[in-house]
Design a binder for this molecule. Structure first.
Ligand SMILES: Nc1ncnc2c1ncn2[C@@H]1O[C@H](COP(=O)(O)OP(=O)(O)OP(=O)(O)O)[C@@H](O)[C@H]1O
Length: 251
């Protein structure tokens, strides 16, 4: 169970995320939608610990993570698709995934263990690469991958870490038409597991409609709608937000 309580961040005079309180339960995929600049990515950054809140709290299973940095939150089970800066650019695709599998298996993110004889870890890494359709690129250096493949590698590493909470921020952005279904299938499979808490920021409403159990709408940093997809999509607040008109929110 992931919770945010009154989560707020100000950048100068601008309140990018404004008192957002929300609970995300295991077995549920929640789509977070809203117009450009609504605060979706900033909300993710506050949850994953990339930026610190001005006020409010983030809890996972009741534990207050608010004072913790991103790495500690990852260890606690909050998983966000890694940015390439968190990867080892000169190591191959397989080595990067293998390291994440090792970290999950409790051997730590230790390069000296990379060639240990834990064959099971290597097998698991190869399975994950097959699932994200990167098996044929396993020996390519991470930094040499085209953008779409780098996004797939980020998802592969996230899968390898087996977090309790999966956070996807526009996971298919910049991907080829062939790769989009690969990633959507993976998210479907995670959802079918029914034990994971999945958060998805996504602009494509057809994807949201198909995958979401619940939709949360942010507008000007505030949570303005929350509920079942059909109800939320039909609500005047969403219709107005997507038509670009002003939405009335709390002062
Ligand atoms: N580090 C920062 N410093 C100053 N302002 C910021 C910072 N990060 C985000 N903002 C501002 O906060 C607001 C919310 O941005 P955010 O990227 O979270 O929106 P978003 O809903 O993810 O938008 P998009 O759909 O375009 O990705 C924007 O007005 C943005 O300019």
């Amino acid at each position: 169970m992931l919770q945010t309580e009154g989560l707020t961040v100000r950048f100068g005079g601008h309140v990018a995320v404004d008192r957002v309180s929300c609970t995300f339960a295991p077995g549920t995929l929640t789509a977070i939608v809203g117009p450009n600049g609504a605060g979706k990515t900033t909300y993710f950054n506050l949850i994953s610990g990339q930026i610190r809140a001005t006020s409010g709290r983030v809890r996972l299973n009741g534990q207050d993570l608010t004072p913790w940095g991103a790495a500690q939150r990852t260890r606690a089970g909050l998983g966000r698709a890694f940015q390439l800066t968190n990867l080892f650019p000169r190591l191959t695709v397989l080595e990067n995934v293998r390291l994440a599998v090792q970290a999950r298996a409790g051997e730590g993110l230790n390069l000296w263990h990379l060639w240990s004889d834990r064959r099971d870890l290597l097998v698991r890494a190869r399975e994950i690469l097959a699932a994200v359709a990167l098996a044929d690129k396993q020996h390519v250096a991470a930094a040499a991958l085209p953008h779409g493949d780098q996004r797939k590698l980020e998802v592969a590493i996230l899968m390898a870490l087996e977090p309790q909470v999966f956070m996807f921020d526009e996971p298919t952005a910049g991907m080829s038409v062939d790769d989009v279904p690969v990633i959507l299938n993976l998210i479907r499979a995670l959802k079918a597991d029914k034990t994971k808490t999945i958060l998805l920021v996504e602009h494509k409403m057809d994807v949201v409609r198909e995958l979401a159990d619940r939709i949360v709408v942010l507008h000007n940093g505030q949570l303005v709608a929350d509920g079942e997809p059909d109800t939320v999509i039909a609500s005047p607040v969403v219709q107005r937000a997507y038509l670009g008109q002003d939405v009335e929110v709390e002062p």
